[in-house]
Ligand binder design. Sequence first.
Ligand SMILES: [Zn+2]
Ligand SMILES: [Zn+2]
Length: 160
Amino acid sequence: MRAAEPSGLLVDSIRACGLKVTAPRLAVLRVLDLAPHSTAERLLAMVRAELPGTSLQAVYGVLAAFTGAGIARKIEPAGSPALFERRVGDNHHHIVCTRCSAVHDVDCAVGESPCLTPSNTAGFTVRTAEVTYWGLCPDCQTATLSTLSAPAPLSNKGAR
Ligand SMILES: [Zn+2]
Ligand SMILES: [Zn+2]
């Protein structure tokens, strides 16, 4: 976890996208910075440490304003509630753990990626491509391996 961004910079980024600075907006932006790829519920829990009376509705309102103004991005991996992050405008992708739902950024799809080149754009000009990679995170790989390689129960044959 990184150190919190100074409030001045947060205020600047809210103003820069034409939004009015309010205490809930400031608080949501701060926690979004500390905990990228969070659900509104998780952000709410963090915001409440600072602004105890905050409602989930208020957090959703702030997030809608942020995504509308382009200072936050909403990602919706299949089967997961919407996740929010501050990293915007760089068309990065995500890798999601199918076991524990951990999410990480993937800067770029590289190499042979035939499915990133649309075979038919129906006349559209393509501006972004969003890829979600699915797999097992390192922790879950370790957990899965240790289950698989756990010693088989000793048989009693010849054991006495
Ligand atoms: Zn995992
Ligand atoms: Zn991301």
